[in-house]
Design a protein around this ligand. Structure first.
Ligand SMILES: NC(=O)c1ccc[n+]([C@@H]2O[C@H](COP(=O)([O-])OP(=O)(O)OC[C@H]3O[C@@H](n4cnc5c(N)ncnc54)[C@H](OP(=O)(O)O)[C@@H]3O)[C@@H](O)[C@H]2O)c1
Length: 247
């Protein structure tokens, strides 16, 4: 990240799903670099708390990424967007394939795949012609973790769109950052003790020896927006957790 604090001066960055975790950390990185940052989420309370933590020229806007009318109204008010980050998440669609509830898988697609696609398509007329879009996908897209076939499908579908969109929508740049396991509120659904054991186990088998922090991902997202020579790229930011072990 820049030490000048002005890489994004005068630029508007929208982080959809910026009231927590990876999106919030990315928003803080952009705000620290001089951007006017608009973070979105569904909970007004979480947004207000996040804006206080993010600081700088940041503000929160309540909008559900699955709601087309809400997205239309949001982008109509926000003006020209220089950079868009889409970090909205789903929580369902994982689990062993034999027992995978296909209604859950469809809901997982609605919450992440369709939400991210909808956000990008709605944002297009409002994006600076040579601005950037960064999707947040997941290492499950291409890692062969048992129990993640559904998540692989959701995130793999998003990652598959990145190269053709980068060519079709140029000079707008389209990239994705694909996280490994990151310690965020996304994991709050797992009881604390179980979560700690899970993270410790994963850290032991990850080349860098730890799970991710939101700031690790924020720096990768910042790079995708700041480097005007990067487009069509899906950047793994996993600590090496997805690398083949040679088994
Ligand atoms: N954490 C990990 O280990 C991990 C690993 C791989 C990939 N990822 C991906 O990284 C991205 C960010 O996840 P995270 O871990 O930072 O999760 P998080 O801490 O739960 O943050 C998710 C953010 O998205 C917002 N959001 C969720 N659904 C939304 C919707 N329909 N409309 C608007 N905002 C919505 C949430 O706010 P509200 O709930 O208030 O709306 C929150 O601000 C997700 O795409 C996730 O799949 C995470």
């Amino acid at each position: 990240m820049s030490s000048s604090g002005s890489v994004f001066a005068g630029q508007v960055v929208v982080v959809m799903g910026g009231s927590s975790g990876i999106g919030e950390a990315a928003a803080a990185a952009f705000a620290a670099d001089g951007a006017e940052v608009v973070v979105t989420g569904r909970s007004r309370e979480r947004l207000d708390q996040a804006v206080t933590r993010i600081g700088g020229a940041s503000r929160g806007h309540c909008v559900d990424a699955t709601d087309q009318a809400g997205l239309d109204a949001f982008f109509a008010t926000v003006g020209t967007v220089d950079h868009l980050v889409v970090a909205v998440s789903g929580a369902v669609g994982g689990g062993p394939f034999a027992d995978l509830d296909l209604t859950d898988l469809a809901a997982g697609f609605d919450a992440k795949f369709w939400a991210q696609v909808r956000v990008v398509q709605t944002a297009l007329p409002h994006l600076r012609k040579d601005g950037s879009v960064t999707l947040i996908t997941a290492a499950s897209a291409r890692a062969a973790f048992p129990g993640t076939a559904g998540l692989a499908a959701i995130n793999g579908a998003l990652e598959a769109m990145v190269p053709p969109l980068a060519v079709e929508l140029a000079p707008l740049r389209i990239n994705a950052v694909s996280p490994g396991v990151v310690d965020t509120a996304w994991w709050d659904r797992v009881p604390a003790e179980q979560r700690r054991a899970l993270f410790d186990g994963l850290a032991a088998t990850t080349p860098v020896g730890r799970v991710g922090r939101p700031e690790d991902l924020a720096s990768a997202i910042h790079l995708m927006a700041a480097n005007t020579f990067i487009t069509g790229v899906v950047l793994d930011c996993t600590g090496g957790a997805n690398l083949a072990t040679g088994r």
